[in-house]
Design a binder for this molecule. Structure first.
Ligand SMILES: NC(=O)c1ccc[n+]([C@@H]2O[C@H](COP(=O)([O-])OP(=O)(O)OC[C@H]3O[C@@H](n4cnc5c(N)ncnc54)[C@H](OP(=O)(O)O)[C@@H]3O)[C@@H](O)[C@H]2O)c1
Length: 264
């Protein structure tokens, strides 16, 4: 059990609803495991109250920062003093640092977490041909992060095809050395295939892509955390592919989030 004292740095995770939030438990375990004197609690914040809550967090001097989750990730952008490059590119913030003067700096660590998970699994991103399925919130963060990490090609496909094309174009503008395309991918020709959709969470979900066409030397990576082995990962493993589960992204995000709030 975390012992909270007057020296403990306090963090919150702001969301609505909050019953499903497990990030607070994982961050508390992360801090406890590293001997960092910090504690995290979810805070149930309705959208209408977000400005008032942020104004209050600015004046609470033992607050190190806070996470933001659904539905605040975009709305919070306009309430901060500064936003990092990743947050600006993605158009959403999920962690905020409170500086001693009360100013608030936010950024998006979803993509850093995903890339960190791949690196921890020994996957080489530089020069890779990447096929990404999905262009939602997680997908946006991951696409920019994969280009930033040196992917040579990024093909994005999505159920709503216009979102894939728009994201591919935005990533291409930000990282011109990465060849981007928002269309039908050549599954057999990719080095890293990523599911950034929610497909795989529910029984009976379709596969995000035809895993039987992946090259056996390819890597298949997931954002979905439950189940840990999704049908996509199982099908890729059956092809002989290396697989990286959604949990790897989450664990690396904990490190990135504690770095951002200055508690590394
Ligand atoms: N591992 C981690 O640390 C981590 C972090 C963040 C998120 N996640 C997970 O990432 C997943 C996506 O979250 P998000 O925030 O990006 O959600 P989101 O913004 O709602 O985006 C959902 C994405 O999934 C696609 N999609 C949903 N249902 C589909 C279906 N039936 N068929 C085809 N495509 C479908 C959407 O396509 P359209 O654009 O066509 O709707 C969109 O690309 C969730 O499972 C979430 O739990 C994991």
């Amino acid at each position: 059990m975390t012992r909270i004292t007057g020296k403990t740095r306090i963090l919150f995770i702001l969301g609505e609803p909050v019953a499903h939030i497990i990030g607070s438990t994982l961050l508390n375990e992360h801090f406890a495991g590293r001997g960092i004197d910090a504690a995290v609690s979810p805070l149930h914040v309705a959208p209408v109250d977000l400005p008032k809550v942020l104004a209050t967090l600015r004046i609470l001097r033992n607050v190190a920062g806070f996470g933001v989750t659904i539905p605040h990730k975009i709305a919070v952008l306009d309430l901060l003093d500064s936003v990092g490059e990743r947050g600006r590119l993605v158009g959403a913030v999920n962690f905020v640092r409170r500086h001693p003067d009360g100013s608030l700096h936010g950024d998006n660590v979803d993509g850093l977490g995903f890339v960190g998970g791949l690196i921890a699994a020994g996957v080489e991103i530089r020069g890779a041909r990447v096929l990404q399925v999905g262009a939602g919130g997680a997908g946006r963060a991951i696409a920019f992060a994969m280009a930033e990490a040196g992917a040579a090609e990024l093909t994005i496909m999505n159920r709503s095809a216009d979102k894939a094309r728009e994201l591919a174009a935005a990533v291409g503008r930000a990282y011109p050395t990465c060849r981007t395309d928002g269309g039908e991918p050549d599954t057999a020709a990719c080095d890293i295939a990523i599911n950034t959709t929610s497909l795989g969470m529910k029984d009976g979900d379709a596969l995000p892509l035809d895993a039987s066409r992946l090259a056996p030397g390819a890597v298949a990576a997931e954002v979905v955390m439950t189940p840990e082995v999704t049908p996509f990962l199982a099908a890729a493993a059956a092809r002989g592919c290396k697989t990286v589960p959604g949990k790897a992204m989450l664990l690396a995000q904990l490190r990135a989030a504690s770095d951002l709030v200055g508690l590394a």
